[in-house]
Design a binder for this molecule. Structure first.
Ligand code: IMP
Length: 423
């Protein structure tokens, strides 16, 4: 019996897709538990680069069954495009992918509501991916949402109409200029729903718990990162789901005592897309260099990512909230050749030095305190074993392990499956 969790510990884009892909061969089932097409999990293998949005990263492995859990929100239009993207790989997704009846549906009007809400906020906008995530989770918690299981009802279109009409009224309340042709959007949506209905809808909590009983291994794949968690992230500049460990339990129907390993994924530096505070953000050439070398552009929106030094105050907080049992450090190769490295180990906060993540981390409240490290000069991307890692990188890793009190078991040195070093 084992359910392991794989979580991003920063503001998303830590490289979870790659690690799930690397770990997948060890699991019978890969399950997504929250978020939706705001995620973009990038996988690279055999010279091919592929981005997954809602579909679990186990889809590329022969053995694994892939489950989209009740905590996920699904946009049929995006989902069908994602399926079409898989056609080139000859994957039998009808056999390898199952969807919870309790997962919620993103309607075209949810996307419009997202756009209207963001437009109405002006400068205070969240920087949403505009995929309709927030409005869909609002309907879920407001008890108005449509679920995958509703599509099995004859009357689902009536339910749809009722909700979409309500949304249109809400859009007009925002009093902002959102141009749209709902009839056109609906043609696409209804077609996509018919394709979606060709897949298997299940009571996924039952499926997963029976699988646990039968001794199968499950990897729960998180999307976004802990600092975007609706409760523990930098609210309101967050996503609308629980991206942290507990979200895997509610998003799959798995009890906490079934969870074993919690893999925490972090980059050797920090990035963020969208708005919101980011204490270690760099506005100089060093930050620009990280963005350039690390190809830091959003997988979903293509927006440039903000870059900065590693923030250990935030990372420690994420390890604590998630109960991380082992860490995977991504993109150390990007930092090769930097003059020196800084790691934020404390904040100056209202005249005090603190080492916990406080309620307010806006620049006017928080000044990062850094420890400096020598940087490695070697190109890491061809290295294949822990013995080859340069002395400076080992010093950096040792320091992080000591501060975080969690072992760093994997060091990723490039985007490809093969560029992964175990220690
Ligand atoms: P939303 O979830 O699309 O509404 O976006 C809310 C915030 O979360 C914005 O700052 C987004 O840029 C950020 N966000 C959402 N999904 C991801 C992701 O997969 N990676 C990184 N940031 C994300």
């Amino acid at each position: 019996m084992a359910v392991d969790l794989l979580l991003g510990l920063q503001w998303g884009d830590e490289g979870k897709g790659k690690i799930v892909d690397v770990l997948t061969r060890d699991y019978d089932i890969i399950a997504r538990f929250q978020g939706g097409p705001n995620a973009g999990h990038t996988l690279e293998f055999d010279g091919i680069k592929h981005v997954l949005r809602t579909i679990p990263s186990g889809i590329f492995h022969k053995k694994a069954m892939n489950v989209i859990g009740n905590g996920v929100v699904i946009d049929p239009v995006v989902f069908v495009k994602e399926l079409e993207g898989l056609d080139q790989f000859n994957i039998d997704y009808k056999a390898k992918l199952i969807i919870s009846r309790k997962a919620h549906l993103i309607l075209p009007t949810h996307r419009l509501l997202d756009a209207a809400s963001e437009a109405s906020k002006g400068k205070a906008k969240i920087g949403s991916t505009l995929k309709g995530i927030g409005p869909t989770y609002m309907d879920k918690t407001g008890r108005n949402g449509m679920r995958i299981g509703d599509l099995e009802l004859e009357s689902w279109k009536e339910k749809y109409r009722h909700l979409a009409d309500k949304h249109e009224t809400m859009i007009s309340f925002y009093n902002v200029d959102v141009q749209y042709d709902l009839d056109e959007m609906e043609v696409e949506f209804f077609e996509a729903v018919e394709r979606l209905k060709e897949l298997t809808f299940i009571d996924s909590e039952e499926y997963l718990n029976q699988a646990i009983k039968a001794g199968k291994t499950i990897l729960a794949e998180g999307a976004q990162g802990s600092l975007l968690d609706i409760d523990f992230g930098t609210y309101p500049f967050v996503t609308s789901s629980n991206t942290t460990a507990a979200g895997a339990c509610t998003g799959l129907g798995i009890a906490p005592n079934k969870v074993k390993e919690v893999y925490g994924i972090f980059k050797a530096y920090t990035t963020r897309v969208g708005s919101g505070p980011f204490p270690t953000e760099l506005f100089d050439e060093v930050g620009a260099e990280m963005a350039k070398v690390g190809h830091e552009f959003g997988a979903v929106t293509g927006r440039p990512r903000r870059c900065g030094w590693l923030d250990l105050v935030a990372l420690k907080y994420a390890c604590q909230v998630n109960g991380v049992t082992q860490l995977n450090m991504m993109k150390g190769d990007v930092l090769s050749g930097f003059d020196s490295l800084q790691v934020c180990t404390a904040y100056e906060y209202k005249g005090e030095t603190i080492t916990h993540f406080p309620y307010n981390i806006e620049p006017e409240n928080v000044t990062p305190i850094y420890t400096e490290f020598a940087c490695w000069k070697e190109d890491l991307t061809k290295m294949t074993s822990a013995e080859q890692l340069p002395k400076e990188l080992n010093e950096y890793i040792d320091f992080l392990e000591k501060e975080l009190e969690v072992p760093i078991k994997i060091v990723s040195v490039g985007p490809d499956r093969t560029q992964t070093i175990s220690r």
